[in-house]
Design a protein around this ligand. Structure first.
Ligand SMILES: *[C@@H]1O[C@H](CO)[C@@H](O)[C@H](O)[C@H]1NC(C)=O
Ligand SMILES: *[C@@H]1O[C@H](CO)[C@@H](O)[C@H](O)[C@H]1NC(C)=O
Ligand SMILES: *[C@@H]1O[C@H](CO)[C@@H](O)[C@H](O)[C@H]1NC(C)=O
Length: 438
């Protein structure tokens, strides 16, 4: 959510710097750390990304049997990343793409080189085609401190509950802090989850420093936009990830708003041509269009920028997503959980009074930013708005089960209540007539 001025940080940094110069430095390590996976969008593929502190080769060894030598090998490349902090710390980010994986099969792998290997991790290759039921863990706003949803997420991941993770912006708080050491610490914390499942991201405001450089360098999302916007198919769904931040950090380039908007429109057109095969269109972006939190964030304004665009009329996303029949919109930024009734332009468009999410006549919005960070939870306004269906001010994360082309199951898990399910809804849409809300 909000970010604070950091003028004080300078003196602290100088102090740290002198301490580091005096202390006996460890030799830079060739051993992989911060291992994580992502899906490139190519069926049968998985990308492994990790960090070392010296330039060494990028290799992954993998196989099917945990106890045996790993028979397959893939090579990739690394790129140096220099953080923007005063220490100009240099990381080497390695990327290796595994190809030709057998759908639904579990693999064992390790990454690194002869100069040092990671421990062994396991993942299951994604299934191909639309006819299976992906399970996702969804959340935003997870920090290196107070990461409340993480222990359960780790357990659930190790038990094989999920096929992928969607992290809807705001990582670490912040990845650039303390000369990007906070980023390193966060990526190590998330490793037990992210090295086992495709960890799919979008940028949030906390990634803004140095033109989102930590975000762009550390993740490996599909497409060639450094992960700022991209889409991919998963079972019966087409998932679109984009940056709400282009609307707020205009000094990094107004052209990004326009470029992303045109990309979104053409991607939505393509997705609708393929809608009979992949009926669900799901978006993820950090800052919501609507929210009923007691702060002054964009989503609390009637004409929020994400909803209505720049100056209330340029490149607004609500009209675009409504026009192309987007089913489900996932957001974060507010450190709470909120579900809206199906909505367009402040009009509640329930399927029916009794079954609002069966054949809804507008998109369904979920705001899930309560995974836990140093900024704690965000309060709600005293009275909910008429379009707000449920508000939960508790730490937790969201489970999304895309059962088939017509049925999606959404649950919210509370950490404050030891894993209790505090929200449970089905969204049901017919197979035909999805391309437009009537
Ligand atoms: C910020 O990065 C984007 C691409 O990631 C680039 O198009 C833009 O020009 C950059 N802005 C500045 C001010 O360097
Ligand atoms: C939408 O459905 C909910 C649940 O039945 C109901 O409380 C709400 O009043 C409905 N809103 C409208 C505008 O129909
Ligand atoms: C999806 O699953 C639901 C619940 O099992 C079922 O009622 C529905 O017919 C299924 N839809 C399709 C298209 O198979």
């Amino acid at each position: 959510m909000c970010s604070f001025p950091r003028c004080w940080a300078c003196c602290c940094l100088l102090l740290l710097f002198s301490l580091e110069v005096q202390g006996s430095p460890k030799p830079p390590s060739a051993a992989p750390e911060q291992v994580h996976l992502s899906y490139s969008g190519e069926p049968g593929s998985m990308t492994v990304t990790w960090t070392t502190w010296v330039p060494v080769p990028s290799e992954v060894q993998y196989g099917l049997q945990p106890s045996e030598p790993l028979p397959f090998q893939a090579r990739g490349t690394f790129s140096p990343f220099v953080d923007g902090g005063i220490l100009r710390r240099k990381l080497y980010i390695h990327r290796v793409s595994l190809q030709g994986l057998l759908p639904g099969v579990q693999y064992v792998y390790r990454c690194g080189s002869a100069q040092g290997w990671s421990r062994r991790f396991r993942f299951r290759a994604l299934k191909n085609g639309p006819h299976w039921s992906p399970r996702l863990a969804v959340f935003g706003d997870l920090g290196a401190d107070n990461p409340r949803a993480l222990p359960r997420l780790r357990r659930d991941t190790q038990q094989g509950m999920y096929d992928a993770v969607l992290h809807v912006g705001d990582f670490a708080y912040n990845m650039d802090q303390d000369n990007a050491r906070v980023g390193d610490r966060f990526m190590k914390l998330i490793e037990p989850v992210a090295a086992s499942l495709p960890y799919m991201t979008c940028p949030g405001n906390h990634e803004e420093r140095y033109n989102f450089s930590n975000y762009k360098a550390r993740f490996s999302m599909p497409g060639n936009t450094e992960g700022l916007w991209y889409s991919w198919d998963l079972g019966p769904a087409h998932i679109i990830s984009f940056s709400t931040e282009v609307y707020f950090f205009l000094h990094y380039g107004r052209h990004l708003v326009e470029r992303q908007f045109h990309w979104l429109e053409s991607d939505l057109q393509k997705a609708n041509k393929n809608r009979a095969v992949r009926p669900w269109i799901i978006t993820m972006g950090h800052r919501p269009m609507y929210c009923s939190n007691a702060d002054l964030d964009d989503c609390t304004w009637h004409e929020s920028k994400v909803r209505k665009g720049l100056r209330g009329k340029f490149y607004g996303l609500e009209d675009l997503f409504y026009k192309y029949g987007v089913d489900l919109e996932l957001w974060a930024h507010e450190h709470s959980y909120e579900r809206l009734w199906p909505i367009y332009n402040y009009q509640v468009l329930n399927g029916s009074q009794e079954m609002p999410y069966t054949h809804p006549r507008g998109p369904v919005h979920i705001i899930t930013g309560s995974a836990g960070c140093e900024e704690l939870l965000t309060p709600f306004t005293l009275f909910p708005r008429p379009w707000s269906a449920l508000r939960v001010k508790e730490y937790g994360y969201t489970r999304l089960h895309i059962l088939n082309g017509t049925h999606v199951h959404i649950q919210q898990v509370s950490d404050d209540q030891d894993g209790k399910i505090v929200d449970d809804v089905w969204v049901v849409r017919p197979l035909l007539g999805r391309t437009m809300y009537l």
